[in-house]
Design a protein around this ligand. Structure first.
Ligand code: SF4
Length: 382
């Protein structure tokens, strides 16, 4: 039901109207802009660890037919990241000589000079990928944060008038890098709980249905795998093998820590010298954003809001060399000199809506809000 500006009920919807419902199911994907407000308003994380995230950067390539092996899948862990930093890649051979290639960097990385975008570009210079992609053409680009915290980071799933499903809640099996099945199952459990409530049948809550489901069992069994990589790649790998072989049955659960608190200070960190893009295999951010077909209405208010506009230059720059310049995969944030003074510039029109700035900013000063007019990336074949 809609309520117009005069407070009258109406069946047709117009911009700016309120929508009223008895129950609202929130399925906004990872770090949804409404969900983050709900979590804060109803203190839904009061009994949970902070959510943790990874940033996935993806490209679609059309490769030479002789290099293509339809259905072939390859996953890697580690390189080009150092062994302190969690990350890995995927490669899927799809129809029509297309491959999907991507790299995920855990957003609990500590070096403020790290650039997930540049790590993805370096990843493609591995001799295996270089050969595979040689003579091919990159046709699409995108980036998106994903939830990695698992069971111990799930917020309360319900609040007055609504509930959270899918990645909005944090249902992703990070050990399998799969979330579609979890999103579908959580939607089914939510529907069942609501139907029972509406039909006045025996009232089993969504939370109880989840606790009784295979989804809970699945997430319980992998709860310590991602958190174990906080000790680094090698111990994390040994620990995940131990967990997979039955260690998950032991009654301990590792804790997650907020990604934005993990950055070391710039003075204690080593700058990373990334190679220049060659325009064939590796690229810069602007030519990448072009392939995401990102578009935002001109002259709209900036959807990336700074709670305090002075923080990027006065705090983030001296403390962390303003990491927004590097963690954003779309070259939205820049430090430029204007009239002899350093200025923080926001090229909001480039934003591919990955949500990383809202998650990783060490001062938690950036609020990602929905742009006007439904603008954003328009991915093809992603
Ligand atoms: S501005 Fe933020 S949400 Fe947009 S692409 Fe950059 S990091 Fe992602």
């Amino acid at each position: 039901m809609g309520i117009n500006k005069q407070g009258e009920k109406t069946d047709s919807f117009q911009p700016g109207m309120e929508l009223h419902a008895k129950h609202t199911v929130f399925a906004e994907g990872c770090h949804g802009s409404l969900t983050k407000q709900l979590i804060k308003k109803f203190d839904l994380c009061r009994n949970a660890d902070p959510q943790t995230y990874g940033l996935g950067i993806k490209e679609i390539w059309e490769i030479k037919p002789e290099n293509h092996r339809q259905g072939h899948v390859l996953h890697t862990l580690g390189w080009p990241l150092d062994s302190k930093t969690y990350g890995g890649s995927w490669l899927y051979h799809m129809d029509g000589n297309l491959v999907s290639i991507g790299y995920v960097v855990g957003l609990d990385y500590t070096n403020p000079y790290l650039s997930p975008f540049e790590e993805m570009q370096r990843h493609k210079t591995h001799p295996y990928l270089k050969k595979l992609l040689s003579g091919g053409k990159r046709i699409s680009y995108g980036a998106r944060a994903l939830v990695e915290g698992g069971l111990q980071s799930l917020p309360e799933l319900t609040f007055p008038g609504g509930l959270l499903i899918g990645d909005s809640a944090g249902f992703l099996n990070v050990a399998k890098i799969k979330g579609n099945h979890a999103a579908i199952k959580s939607g089914m459990l939510a529907a069942e709980a609501l139907a029972r409530q509406i039909n006045d049948k025996e009232a089993t809550s969504y939370k109880d249905l989840f606790r009784q489901s295979w989804l809970y069992q699945e997430l319980y069994a992998v709860r310590n795998i991602r958190a174990g990589f906080h000790w680094g790649l090698w111990i994390g790998l040994i620990h995940s093998a131990f967990q997979t072989l039955g260690g998950w049955k032991l009654p301990y659960t590792l804790h997650n820590h907020a990604d934005f608190k993990q950055l070391d200070k710039a003075a204690q960190s080593k700058p990373i010298d990334y190679p220049k893009p060659d325009g064939q295999l590796t690229f810069d951010r602007l030519s990448s954003v072009f392939l995401s077909n990102t578009n935002h209405e001109e002259d709209q208010p900036c959807h990336l809001k700074l709670k305090d506009p002075s923080i990027p230059i006065n705090i983030n720059l001296p403390e962390w060399a303003e990491p927004a310049q590097r963690y954003c995969p779309a070259a939205v944030y820049e430090i430029v000199e204007e009239n002899g003074e350093k200025t923080f510039r926001i090229n909001a029109q480039n934003c591919v809506h990955c949500k990383t700035c809202d998650i990783k900013d060490p001062s938690q000063n950036i609020d990602w809000t929905t742009p006007q007019g439904g603008g954003g990336p328009n991915y093809t074949g992603m």
